[in-house]
Ligand binder design. Structure first.
Ligand code: HEC
Length: 196
């Protein structure tokens, strides 16, 4: 390929062509995959309250410490799944229910999506339904009260003088409880175990 190395115009055209080909196969072809735009069977749009909560999540930069994507790795599907104790307490069966890896159809109502890149704290893609609302309220008011030694900041400005949650705190919790519920994985996992 001496001609490419000696003629600058040919080199530029050659490099541009390669870059275009790369873009086409890594971006354009995957974007044509229709399954990216199909909501999962259980997916529902956010309610007004949940959308407000999402705005607060973005505004507070929760995404700098939390991702929203469970990867297809055993360490993650186990870590973000439902532990034996939790399944037993709630459903009366002793089994570890793994969290399903994230699917494109779960994100169709996320604009913008908040996948995140850093995990200073745990992933939140499957946090909906893990705790009750009062746990979240206490955790946001004072993370150390529910999680000793936590380095998560306290979001005290979402609470009034008497420590009662403001509307924004309630919206944020509603949003957190919605995360991961576009797949009914807890119910499905328990049903699978019971049918065995
Ligand atoms: C400085 C990093 C940081 C920021 C910013 C942050 N968190 Fe956290 N978060 C953590 C850490 C660390 C933990 C694990 C300890 C704990 O439970 O507090 C955590 C835990 C959590 C949990 C419990 C997850 C689980 O599965 O147990 C939730 C829910 C949560 N954070 C929500 C939020 C929300 C909502 C915001 C924004 C308002 C936020 N976090 C901002 C670091 C952060």
């Amino acid at each position: 390929m001496k001609i490419v190395e000696t003629k600058s115009v040919v080199l530029v055209v050659f490099v541009a062509l390669l870059a275009l080909l790369g873009t086409y196969f890594t971006m354009v072809v995957p974007l044509m995959d229709q399954s990216l735009y199909e909501p999962t069977a259980d997916a529902t749009p956010y309610s007004k309250l949940e959308l407000r909560g999402k705005e607060i999540y973005q505004r507070e930069g929760c995404t700098y410490c939390h991702t929203q994507q469970v990867r297809n790795l055993l360490a993650e599907t186990k870590r973000y799944g439902m532990g034996e104790e939790e399944t037993f307490k709630r459903y009366g069966v002793r089994a570890l229910i793994q969290a399903p890896p994230s699917q494109p159809g779960e994100y169709v109502y996320d604009k913008p999506h908040l996948l995140g890149t850093r995990r200073v704290g745990p992933d939140l893609a499957r946090v909906g339904g893990k705790y009750d609302n009062s746990w979240h309220i206490n955790h946001l008011r004072d993370p150390r009260s529910t999680s000793p030694g936590s380095i998560m900041p306290a979001y005290s400005w979402y609470f009034d003088d008497r420590g009662q949650p403001t509307k924004d705190a309630i919206a944020l919790v509603a949003y957190l409880q919605k995360l991961g519920t576009n797949i009914k994985w807890r119910e499905q996992g328990v049903a699978r175990v019971k049918n065995q």
